[in-house]
Design a protein around this ligand. Structure first.
Ligand code: I3P
Length: 127
């Protein structure tokens, strides 16, 4: 799915999806790895994490209720085979020194997210 038309298709279709997520570093400090199925939503400049799709709706309805998210400005996205025994894993390293792993059993699913997040990071760096 390369080329202009494919890219547009991705951003339209990519609303939210369940991915496995593990936060392994916070402000440079190592955390105990704990994989959890998470409803992931790509926003204009951040990646949002919800327990499930219902929580996204509830959070958006409640004023002053902020979703748990990752600032993608200055983040680095890369595939990794070192940081997990699982297949289809990529990592997000944030500007603030936190590290997240995202994983899906389906290669096409994880690729779609990898490409979409990378595209967002690139667009943010161009200002
Ligand atoms: C971790 C758990 C993770 C595993 C991790 C283990 O053990 O089994 O699933 O990561 O491996 O330490 P525990 O539940 O006792 O904390 P992967 O599934 O990604 O391999 P790691 O220490 O090599 O990261």
């Amino acid at each position: 799915n390369v080329g202009g038309a494919g890219v547009i298709e991705i951003s339209v279709e990519l609303k939210g999806e369940y991915l496995n997520k593990a936060k392994i570093l916070e402000s440079g400090k190592k955390l105990r790895k704990n994989w959890a199925s998470t409803w992931v939503v790509l926003d204009t400049d951040q990646l949002l994490f919800y327990k499930d799709s219902k929580q996204e709706v509830v959070t958006n309805l409640k004023t002053g209720c902020k979703a748990d998210g990752v600032d993608l400005c200055g983040a680095v996205i890369e595939w990794t085979t070192q940081k997990s025994s699982r297949k289809n894993v990529f990592q997000i390293t944030t500007n603030s020194g936190s590290e997240y792993l995202l994983q899906a059993d389906s290669y096409s699913t994880i690729c779609k997210w990898y490409n979409a997040i990378k595209k967002t990071v690139n667009s943010l760096s161009k200002g």
